[in-house]
Structures are given as structure tokens and as C-alpha cells.
Design a protein around this ligand. Sequence first.
Ligand code: SAH
Ligand code: CA
Length: 214
Amino acid sequence: MEFIAPELLAYCEDHSSIEDELLQHVKRETFAKVLMPRMLSGHLQGKTLELLVKMLNPKTILEIGTYTGYSGICLARGLGKNGKLITLDINDELEKMVRVFFEKSGLSSKIDYRLGNALDIIPKIEGNFDMVFIDADKANYIKYYELVVERVNPGGIILADNVLWSGKILVEEGKKIDKDTQVILDYNLMVQNDPRVENVLLPIRDGLMLAKKL
Ligand code: SAH
Ligand code: CA
């Protein structure tokens, strides 16, 4: 399901700071060589992430789901002098490609890219976070939230991507709900009811839930 008419999307992109050479390269390489290239954040969401980081000025960002590094580069670009990004992915087949992209970004000293199951890695990371971007397997969204929520500093944010799940969150009467859709529904409801956060579901791309820790 497209949420916005293609002409409107093009207009929005034409009036958002440009997607530079490197991000275009990451996008092209991803579409040419990697499975499921539609998972990549893309221009509008990437710029949104970068500007959110610039506005919040987080010291530590945790990204769950690096994929080919598009969103990671956007997040890292927003960081200030002492900021760092920890980004996690289970797929080591992409590692070489992603490391090259991070090198090209000139930001690899700010990026701590770790491979493995995020469920195992997160408890081993020391310290708190100022921003978390949940964008890995949907089945574990609630677990990721539970693992990080008490470790997000007051004023920090937890973003979760794909919370409109291509529109599948609008469940038709009598239709069976698949597992991932159910988790997204549960996730959105859980955040909505969590008194620890203030939240807004932004209809950007496939839906971005922004929850600010009180
Ligand atoms: N954030 C990226 C897209 C991420 S796609 C962007 O916007 O450009 C989702 C990624 O989550 C995939 O690369 C997949 O390998 C990873 N993933 C899935 N399950 C995971 C897990 N248990 N731990 C860590 N990463 C996982
Ligand atoms: Ca995503």
C-alpha cells in the first residue's frame, strides 16, 4: 500500500535536503546486490532521522537492524563531536559491504557496528541510550522495547520503523492476522499505553513510532 501519491512523494523529496552521492551509491548497490532492498530507509526517512539526531543531539544512539547501513549513515551524520552510534545486525553476509560504506562516510570512528543477534548483544552493551532506532525483525519489536526502555535517558527517544506495516494494521473483519502484523499491533498499543513515554505515530514512509521518555 502506498500511503502518499507518487507525485506528492516526489515533491516532498524535491523539497528536502538532497540525498548525496554516498547515500545514492548505497541505495544503488543495495538494489543491485542485496535481497529485499525495499527495507532500506531511503531519502525522506533518512533525512528525518538525520535531522532528529541534529535536533536532539544524543550522545549514544542504538540502532537495531543495520542492513546495508543507509539509516546508520544518516544517524551518524547527525551526531555531534562526542556522539556515537552502536548499530547491530545478525546478517554477517552484508558485513564487508557495510564496512566499506561506513568507511566511505568518513564516520566509521563514530560507528560501532556489531554482528550478532540483537537480543543477545543489547544486554551486554554498557551504559544508557539517548536514542534507539528499532528496525530489525518485527517479531521481536516488543522484546527490543522492553530491553531498552529503562535504559533510555529522560528526554531520549525510541523510534520504531514500519509500524504501519504496509497498511496491514488496518485489520478487516473476519480476516486472519499474520504473526508480524499482530506484533506490530501489539507494539503500537503497548507504546500508546506506556505511561513512561509520550508518543506520536508519524506517517512517514511505512510509519515511524516516536516515543519520548519522560
Ligand atoms: N535500518 C535499515 C534497514 C534494516 S532492515 C535501513 O533503514 O536502511 C532489517 C535488518 O534487521 C536486516 O538487515 C536483518 O538482518 C536485521 N535483523 C533481523 N533480525 C535481527 C536480530 N535478531 N538481531 C539483529 N539484527 C536483525
Ligand atoms: Ca525499516
